[in-house]
Design a protein around this ligand. Structure first.
Ligand SMILES: *[C@@H]1O[C@H](CO)[C@@H](O)[C@H](O)[C@H]1NC(C)=O
Ligand SMILES: *[C@@H]1O[C@H](CO)[C@@H](O)[C@H](O)[C@H]1NC(C)=O
Ligand SMILES: *[C@@H]1O[C@H](CO)[C@@H](O)[C@H](O)[C@H]1NC(C)=O
Ligand SMILES: *[C@@H]1O[C@H](CO)[C@@H](O)[C@H](O)[C@H]1NC(C)=O
Ligand SMILES: *[C@@H]1O[C@H](CO)[C@@H](O)[C@H](O)[C@H]1NC(C)=O
Ligand SMILES: *[C@@H]1O[C@H](CO)[C@@H](O)[C@H](O)[C@H]1NC(C)=O
Ligand SMILES: *[C@@H]1O[C@H](CO)[C@@H](O)[C@H](O)[C@H]1NC(C)=O
Ligand SMILES: *[C@@H]1O[C@H](CO)[C@@H](O)[C@H](O)[C@H]1NC(C)=O
Length: 439
């Protein structure tokens, strides 16, 4: 999708060392190792030396050789009068991961919502991607396969979202002549909300016109009170630069290229209120394992995605996903197109999921390959009520037990400065190969 302007050979040689949204020279970028595993039914699991990289938007972007911010709020028009000059003039710096509240050790990654410098606590809300090596993201192709991880969300309360999801970013982060930093510096983010970012497809988004859209599969959006898994298909493939109505902003939410709502499976919303939470069937006061399986129509990796299943494991016990328990909904514990159509009807919601291609479209993205994203955030605008509290009225309005005021971001920082999520043991493999079947 990225169509970077081709530089002539002479020009590219001339500015070869300073031609792009480029690596900075002040802080070396050292990717924390996060070991993952690949599993097969026949061969068991093998460890892989993957690592994580902080998203580019969190980094200092400054003029080459100087200390001026290229885009303090909007772009500085002296440094960035146009896309090409901006790429030539601006560098992205390496980061000290600990200072962002990010800690990786072995197979375990902890993300803190807040960072503390001196005695001052402030928002960090880090977002990192899994790298296959220092220049490419690990591309997850999950059709007829499963992905499994352990999570400790005991320190993420109401209003917090410790998320693990897949976005159809490019493997190189959109590396190009204009973006030599690439995946090594966490470039190329996109998701189904089509966020406006400083760079889109490797090019400076000088007047904030463009958004970065792509297919998104939310494996895990959760705190210790509520959880959901949610495919968000888009009518486009790969990272896509949207403008105007295509970005689906404001009144045009359902007119953009992506399904911003998605089709969610949230046990509480589906009427199983005692299933997930502190002391419940899946007990969020302690660590547990989350398995997500992507079944296809013909049980092959080239088939059409037909069903997304969820299983938990805690204290060595396999726990099946909760059944739906809502009048009018068929009783199921997994998601397929029929489930999505039914819930949209029963919950009186717009069915943008179907309009954007449903399971098939999501599956096509999973077949092409997607990037694994780890994040923690709170929601100053909406209080995360869509995940853990009540929005509107009628069936489906109660998504979790949290109060309408619990998502107040200022209050969360005051009361829960240690809010965090820990992910560990990320494994992918054949269906049934990544988790124990004991008991
Ligand atoms: C992973 O890293 C360890 C430690 O650096 C090394 O010993 C091992 O050979 C690496 N494994 C692979 C598959 O690269
Ligand atoms: C924009 O960048 C120029 C050149 O580095 C600098 O002199 C100026 O102070 C910057 N302006 C702002 C508003 O930061
Ligand atoms: C936005 O920025 C681009 C690239 O510099 C420029 O060509 C275009 O005219 C600008 N659009 C507006 C509306 O300012
Ligand atoms: C932190 O607070 C303590 C107690 O108020 C004070 O003594 C110390 O100097 C502060 N440290 C920093 C780095 O501000
Ligand atoms: C990094 O990984 C990608 C994807 O697996 C691969 O294509 C590329 O050759 C690797 N690069 C290096 C330098 O190992
Ligand atoms: C199903 O819903 C009913 C009525 O809301 C409730 O009483 C019951 O406990 C629910 N069953 C489960 C397994 O959550
Ligand atoms: C796919 O596998 C499932 C479960 O293992 C089985 O029930 C189903 O019949 C298989 N479908 C096809 C088309 O082979
Ligand atoms: C959010 O919490 C802060 C700090 O406790 C409080 O001052 C503020 O009034 C709250 N905002 C709302 C909308 O309740």
């Amino acid at each position: 999708m990225a169509s970077s302007r081709k530089l002539g050979l002479a020009a590219s040689l001339l500015i070869a060392s300073a031609a792009a949204q480029q690596p900075g020279a002040y802080t070396p970028e050292v990717h924390p190792t996060l070991i993952s595993e690949e599993c097969t039914t026949s061969g068991g699991c093998v460890k892989v030396n993957t690592s994580v990289v902080l998203d580019a938007n969190y980094r200092w972007l400054h003029n080459v050789g100087g200390y001026d911010n290229c885009a303090p709020q909007s772009f500085n028009s002296t440094i960035c009068p146009d896309v090409e000059t901006c790429a030539k003039n601006c560098a992205l710096e390496g980061v000290d991961y600990a200072s962002y509240g990010i800690k990786a050790e072995g197979d375990t990654l902890t993300l803190n919502l807040f960072k503390t410098e001196g005695n001052v606590t402030s928002m960090s809300s880090p977002r990192v991607y899994l790298l296959a090596n220092d220049t490419a993201y690990d591309m997850f192709q999950l059709l007829n396969r499963e992905i499994t991880f352990d999570v400790d969300i005991s320190k993420g309360g109401c209003g917090v979202n410790g998320a693990l999801y897949l976005s159809e970013m490019s493997a190189t982060g959109g590396a190009s002549d204009l973006n030599t930093a690439g995946a090594a510096y966490g470039t190329g983010y996109c998701d189904a909300q089509c966020p406006k970012q400083k760079f889109v497809n490797g090019k400076a988004n000088l007047n904030n016109t463009y958004g970065a859209c792509c297919n998104e599969m939310d494996l895990w959006e959760a705190n210790n009170a509520a959880t959901a898994y949610t495919p968000h298909p888009c009518s486009i493939s790969g990272p896509y630069q949207c403008s105007d109505l295509e970005c689906g902003a404001g009144d045009n939410r359902y007119g953009g290229v992506c399904d911003e709502d998605g089709c969610d499976f949230n046990p509480y919303r589906n009427g199983a209120k005692d299933y997930y939470g502190p002391g419940k069937t899946v007990d969020t006061t302690k660590k547990f394992t989350v398995v997500t399986q992507f079944l296809t129509s013909d049980n092959t990796t080239t088939g059409t995605l037909s069903e997304i299943r969820r299983v938990y494991v805690q204290d060595g016990k396999v726990i099946q996903n909760s059944n739906t328990n809502v009048t009018g909904l068929a009783v199921v514990n997994a998601m397929d197109d029929e489930y999505c159509t039914n819930t949209k009807e029963v919950f009186a919601a717009t069915d943008d999921f179907k309009k954007k291609g449903g399971m098939k479209q999501m599956g096509d993205a999973l077949g092409r390959g997607m990037v694994l994203v780890f994040s923690i955030w709170d929601d100053a605008g909406g209080g995360m009520l869509w995940l853990d509290s009540t929005t509107g009225e009628g069936p489906g309005s109660e998504r979790g037990p949290c109060s309408l005021t619990s998502g107040n971001a200022t209050a969360i920082m005051e009361q829960f400065p240690d809010a965090a999520v820990t992910f560990s043991n990320v494994k992918t493999g054949d269906i049934g190969s990544t988790f124990g079947k004991s008991e």
